[in-house]
Structures are given as structure tokens and as C-alpha cells.
Design a protein around this ligand. Sequence first.
Ligand SMILES: Cc1ncc(COP(=O)(O)O)c(C=O)c1O
Length: 341
Amino acid sequence: MPVISAPHDFNEGGLFVDLESIFECPLYLKCEGFNFAGSIKLKAANEMVESAERDGVLTPDSILVESSSGNLGVALSMIAASKGYRFLCVTDSRCNLSTRLLMEALGSQVHIVADLDANGGFLGTRIEYVRALCASDNRYVWLSQYTNAGNWRAHYRTTGPEIAHHFPRLDVLFVGAGTAGTLMGCARYFRQWHRPVRVVAVDSVGSVAFGGKPGRRMIPGLGMSMVPPLLDESFVDEVIRVEEADTIRTCHRMARCGFLFGGSTGTVVSGATDWLARHDTRGITAVAIAPDLGERYLDTIYQTNWLQDLYGDHILDSERMSATSRRAKPTSPAPEHRPRP
Ligand SMILES: Cc1ncc(COP(=O)(O)O)c(C=O)c1O
């Protein structure tokens, strides 16, 4: 029975969903949303704050400042509230409303930038704002998730070993990339593993993280409008890119089966199931990392008006058709999970 006195002391690291009955392919989903920050970014936030405290960079009168599409902002808000630091999150107009309200409820200040950068994203504008703040007052401390080694180290120490512990015969790992912290921590860990693991990075169309063409991205979390400084592509075996429409259909497909996941998870699962459909999967062990849950996306991915305004009236048509055919054909549990007679 875990008993905690600080919110960041709890994180469920051993929960996996078997997606075989939903997508008819062998894929286990490691769920990272079950903590008080509601996403995988709690791990990076914890590691970066603790190392700044150890190095004496953070002091009681420091004001933490960070650029975030939202989830790291929530995690830092929670840690700052618990430890008594002030925190200012610099985000942009694509940050979900509920994410912004959460940060404010935790006592943080939120600044929203609205000007696009040269790559059609907001990252450049957010970073410029953070730099100007830090130059104006030396109480501001910017941990910089884009360059901070604590970001990938958190996953090298926790996420990688948690997967390896449950899947010692892992063949393929699908990891979404934003700052590339999760990707680099897991990839570095499995490079030293006792057998080869294929590391597949999942990016969103419109992101330039792996050299793609810049384009509109409305779903926060994955993808970047610059090459992530933490990224070392020599650790990555393959990169796949997912259209936002496919992210949305995948989220809805899982929701229709009772699993309400967020946009980053929809992107990773869409990329992973597509990859698995194109490969011989006999005997394969595949794991994808689900960074978030769905409640923060109720007013976007799960709201009909938002979907139709941005992606057209028929965005979910194919998903409705496959839901109908699934209802007509009940699925049975995977053999190893069938209840024993
Ligand atoms: C929900 C969510 N998923 C995934 C990511 C990307 O993870 P990473 O920054 O470790 O690449 C982010 C980044 O902010 C995120 O908020």
C-alpha cells in the first residue's frame, strides 16, 4: 500500500494494456498517465528539479520558468506547489484549456504566446520569451527541458527498466518524441540490453524533429518545430510519422472500448499498429509507451465541433464503420489471458 506525503512520490510504473483485442495486433501499451500530474512528464520534471536542487541552482527565492505545451507545465506546477517554489509556465494558444486551468489551480502563473515561429509552431516564440525573462531578473531559473540531461536520464533510470522488467524478450519499442527525452532515455537503456531491441520513434506530420516538412499541428505534446537538442539519431532505428487525423481516429477507437487516452498516446498507437500491420509479427513482443490520458482532450479530440471545424465532417466516418463491424464480431481474449477453467 503506497502512502505518500508529496504528490510526486507516487507513479504507477507497472501498468500495461494488451491492445490485441482492439487492434488485432500484438501490442502492449505502457500507461504513464497514472500519477498526480496525469502524464509521463512527471518523471522528467522530478529529475530536473532534484538535480537543480542538488547543484544549488534552485534556492527558496527562485522562480521556476519553463516553456511547455502543457504536460510538463502541470508536472512542474505540482512539484513547485509541493516544495514551495513559484512557477511561471510559458505555453501557447494550442495548450488545452483544462491543462491551463490545472496549472492555475496549482498556483502557477501561465503566460500564453500567440505568434507563430518560422517553422509554423510556437516553440521559438516561447523560448524567446523565457530567455527575455531570465535576462530581466536573476531569480528566474529555466530548467530547459529541451537541453537538460535530467530529461532523458529520468527515462534511462525508470521507464526503460520498468519495460525491461516486464518484457525481458522485447523486440520492438515504439516511443513518441517531443523533446526526445523519453526516446533517448529508453533508447540508451536498451542499447545496453542483453538482446537487440528495435527502437521506433513516432513523430507527427508537420513536426520538423526528424527533418520532416513543417506544417500545422493542432494536438499538443508530440512533435517539435525544431530539431530536439537531446536527439541523437544514432540510437534510433526507424522514424514513423502520423497524421493528426489518424491520431484522432485511434483515440476514438480506444475510447469506444473504454480506454480514454490522450493525443500523444493516439499518435504512438496509430504509428505502432500501422508498423505492425506492415511486418511479420509472428512471435514478436512489441511495447508502445502511452504518455497521457484523455480527460485533458475532452474539449478538442473528443469534441465533435472542434474535430469537424479542423478536420472536416467525415473525420470519424471510417472509425464508426470499423466500430460497427467490431460489434458484429465479438473478440475473444488473447489465449494467455483467457480465464482458466
Ligand atoms: C503528453 C505528452 N506526451 C509526450 C511528450 C513528449 O515526450 P518527450 O518530451 O519525452 O519526447 C510530451 C512532451 O511534452 C507530452 O506532453
